[in-house]
Design a protein around this ligand. Structure first.
Ligand code: KIV
Length: 275
């Protein structure tokens, strides 16, 4: 059964932590949906993880929809959040609503996510007004990381922290049902979480958030380009994958794969075809 928005929200009041992970394709979504993950995020991080871009900036709405549809096919019962990519909502309310609706109508997502603070409150209000559930995202916002001085912890100083708290409250007032806190000190995340009714979902924001999100390929040790400090590798699959592929290549080359147990046999004498 898909979780409802009310169920996600009520997890906070019950003190039940929310587990969220990224998914970009049907097979991974199928695996995750069988493992007690409360929400799947079709994040624009797919630009780096799946498409080989250097940042999330080039990701298009069509690319997001393509992956979100695959995730829904793999996880028909999961609560899925589609991530609005850079350029799909900065151009105004009309574009934001059209693109938000694409996630709901074409990919059957349950909600959308967008990055930003006070600058996106009007857009959040309009999206929620159009019936589109919105997850907010503050702190380190990868789409505008260059304006923040790179991939750095946000809210270390008291003025910056005050701004983040004000933004979180404003986004809640605008109608967001939840908020991602990315790369902020754990004690600031604690204050923000305690100041909101909506659940906070942290990534690099410590244990006091109401939930956690990670890029699945990071926690499985499948993304080798870099590993942020906040990532715990719950598995280290890259060496295992490489070793398996090497063995496959060696067995193909020496003719020990496929064996008889992987082959289809028949009593017909096909040599007569050569006559
Ligand atoms: O795109 C993404 O995967 C994200 C998460 C890391 C929060 O925004």
């Amino acid at each position: 059964m898909r979780k409802s928005l009310a169920e996600i929200r009520s997890m906070k009041s019950r003190g039940e932590k929310i587990a969220m992970l990224t998914a970009y394709d049907a097979s991974m979504a199928r695996l995750l949906s069988g493992c007690d993950v409360d929400m799947l995020l079709v994040g624009d991080s797919l630009g780096m993880v799946m498409l080989g871009y250097d940042s999330t900036v080039p990701v298009t709405m069509d690319e997001m929809i393509h992956h979100a549809k695959a995730v829904r096919r793999g996880a028909p019962e999961s609560f899925i959040v589609g991530d609005l990519p850079y350029g799909s909502y900065q151009t105004g309310v009309r574009d934001a609503i059209n693109n938000g609706l694409r996630f709901l109508k074409e990919a059957d997502c349950d909600a959308i996510k967008l990055e930003g603070g006070l600058n996106v409150c009007g857009i959040v209000e309009a999206l929620v007004g159009a019936g589109i559930p919105v997850m907010a995202h503050i702190g380190l916002t990868p789409q505008t990381a260059s304006q923040l001085g790179g991939y750095k912890v946000q809210g270390k100083g008291i003025e910056d922290a005050r701004r983040l708290l004000a933004e979180a409250k404003a986004l809640e007032a605008a109608g967001a049902f939840s908020i991602i806190l990315e790369c902020v000190p754990d004690t600031l995340a604690k204050v923000i979480s305690a100041s909101l009714t909506m659940p906070t979902v942290g990534i690099g924001a410590g244990v006091h958030c109401d939930g956690q999100v990670l890029v699945t390929h990071d926690l499985l040790g499948m993304f080798e380009k870099f590993t942020p400090k906040f990532v715990k590798k719950f598995a280290d699959l890259s060496p295992l994958i490489k070793e398996s592929i090497r063995t496959y290549g060696q067995e193909v080359k020496k003719g020990s794969y496929p064996g008889i147990e992987h082959s289809f046999t028949s009593q017909t004498d096909y040599n007569t075809l050569l006559d």
